[in-house]
Design a protein around this ligand. Structure first.
Ligand code: DNO
Length: 398
């Protein structure tokens, strides 16, 4: 697999040299400074490529875009969408002209990945990202005061949520809001409580089927362009894989994925297989899904979570947690062999270690939550060990 690393651009506290030291060559990045819905010009794309290639001894290249964001109006299905589809296609053309051909995106309404704690202390120091269902329930029911929110949680979770809210200080509440918003990497999409209420109200009439129809329309608009350009679109699953704040989520289960892949049945309409996002749902058998969807997977995020019975979860070591990472990696190395045997020249799947703990000198560095240097370096090293061993034992291409 092509070992990649997410880099947030010139504002990232983890420099390009760290990527080389971690042993990765592919860079995964996005033009986070461009507002959603605007065209990514060739000039802006080549400027980013020049930064990545500035030191040729690092041998880095921009392999995957994560993300080319989908404008909220497309998810909402409101207004004149034609200019937004045009802009998306133009950005795709410009990226393809610069040789960047794999695009990760998501179709989660309003928020991206969601956690309630960005720094849960680990034994021996260091920290992990965590999702506490009772804290999320406290946010949803008592801070956001969403109507009928309490119906979405069990009484046991609500008891803990009321306790949390009863003793939380204003600063605890502000921290919780900031943690929930931390998954949005761009500068344009943070919400406060009133802003979030407005957004949720706009989704009032949109259920699972309607949101899926909006995704299917988006795919019908952009997949033919991807085919024409030899590009691959790779949708990222919902994290966590369930409805939140009453918002529908449509890339959470094997059935959701089957439905979205068949809505436009083209190789260009593919998946970012994120083991951490899918693995946070007790309903998902992640290795089985990796095997089922490998042929339509264009990008792989490897990360592990440990789930609690109530629906809370914590990011674990890459080889710890609930997902059998050896089985997942075996599925993707087997897929690489299938592609190679079929004569495909670009048979290697880009992967990146997704998230990492804050460890050792990461602590206090202020890296993006989940995107520490040492934590990810450790994750990648462990994953590389598994890839090397499985490839050798099973005679699969690495
Ligand atoms: C989390 C990431 C996601 C991902 C987007 C893709 O760390 O994997 O935020 O980048 O959902 O659009």
């Amino acid at each position: 697999m092509e070992q990649c690393w997410r880099w947030f651009g010139p504002g990232d506290t983890v420099p390009l040299t760290a990527i080389t030291q971690a042993g990765a060559e592919g860079v995964v990045t996005s033009l986070h400074h461009i507002p959603y819905g605007e065209v990514w010009s060739v000039e802006e794309i080549t400027k980013r490529q020049a930064m990545i290639a500035a030191d040729p001894s690092l041998k880095l290249r921009w392999t995957v875009v994560e993300s080319l964001p989908v404008h909220e109006a497309i998810k909402l299905g409101t207004g004149d969408l034609a200019p937004l589809f045009d802009a998306y296609r133009q950005s795709m053309r410009n990226l393809a002209a610069c040789g960047v051909k794999t695009i990760c995106y998501n179709f989660m309404p309003v928020v991206d990945w969601t956690r309630t704690e960005l720094r849960r202390r680990l034994p021996g120091d260091g920290s992990a990202l965590r999702f506490n269902l009772h804290e999320f329930a406290a946010f949803d029911c008592f801070m956001l005061e969403r109507r009928h929110a309490e119906g979405d949680y069990t009484e046991a979770v609500l008891v803990r949520a009321r306790d949390w809210f009863g003793t939380a200080s204003e600063s605890d509440k502000a921290t919780l809001l900031a943690s929930i918003m931390a998954g949005l990497p761009g500068a344009f999409d943070r919400y406060d409580i009133p802003g979030l209420r407005t957004m949720l109200a706009r989704y009032g009439d949109i259920d699972h089927a309607t949101l899926h129809a909006h995704l299917a329309r988006f795919l019908a608009e952009v997949v033919p362009t991807a085919e024409e350009l030899g590009m691959r679109l790779a949708i990222h699953p919902d994290d966590p894989p369930r409805p939140i704040m009453g918002l529908p989520r449509i890339v959470s289960t094997a059935d959701d994925i089957r439905k979205l892949l068949s809505s436009v049945d083209s190789d260009a309409n593919g998946l970012t297989f994120c083991t951490g996002s899918l693995g946070a749902g007790a309903h998902n058998d992640v290795p089985a899904m990796a095997t089922e969807f490998a042929a339509r997977t264009h990008f792989v995020h490897l990360r592990n979570v440990a789930k609690d019975p109530d629906g809370s979860f914590q990011e674990a070591d890459h080889l710890g947690g609930d997902t059998d990472m050896v089985a997942v990696i075996t599925a993707f190395l087997t897929e690489q062999k299938r592609r190679r045997d079929a004569g495909q020249t670009d048979w290697r799947l880009p992967m990146r270690p997704d998230h990492g703990h804050e460890l050792l000198d990461d602590i206090g560095k202020g890296s993006f939550p989940g995107y520490s240097a040492i934590g990810r370096l450790k994750g990648l090293a462990e994953l590389r060990g598994v890839m090397t061993a499985v490839a050798a034992i099973k005679g699969l291409p690495m």
